[in-house]
Design a protein around this ligand. Sequence first.
Ligand code: HEM
Length: 151
Amino acid sequence: MDNILINVHSILRWAVLLFGLYAVTKSASGLLSKQSYSPSDNLSATLFVASVHLQILIGLLLYIARGWGNKLGKMTEIMGDSSLRFWTVEHIFGMLIAAILIQVGRTKSKKANHDAKKHRFSLVFFTLGLLLIIAMIPWPFRGEISRSLWP
Ligand code: HEM
């Protein structure tokens, strides 16, 4: 079971990154060229938020299935081991904060009463969330926490 989850989690990272890049680009061009907030802007934001939510859900299941949460009692051991610390604390909390930023941006953008504000909220919060996601991915160059680019 956890094999399926890790493969889906690994592949879905690319959907999150592509939808994130698409939503950020659309909000930047919408803001700079003073365009109205169109249905395609709404779609790009929805795809980004939905892919992040799904990735978080699969991540939480993986976290439980792989027993990372059981190690939380041993905080001194965790904090002294960079790999253990990354998987037990940094990856999960970094990604959760990114998801919160993205959700806040989406809510503020939806509630804004001017199109420029809608684009600006999306641009600022989606960019911050996306950068945090990129920083928390275990890329192949990241030493002992590294994972491959594809399952
Ligand atoms: C947008 C959010 C996220 C992205 C882009 C992401 C990305 C990744 C990637 C690329 C891997 C490596 C997959 C591989 O081995 O090929 C991974 C592993 C993992 N992620 Fe995430 N992740 C996200 C959120 C989360 C969250 C919120 C959790 C926990 C609640 C989580 C838990 C895990 C676990 C447990 C592993 C496997 C670690 C192991 O090897 O045992 N992820 N993640």
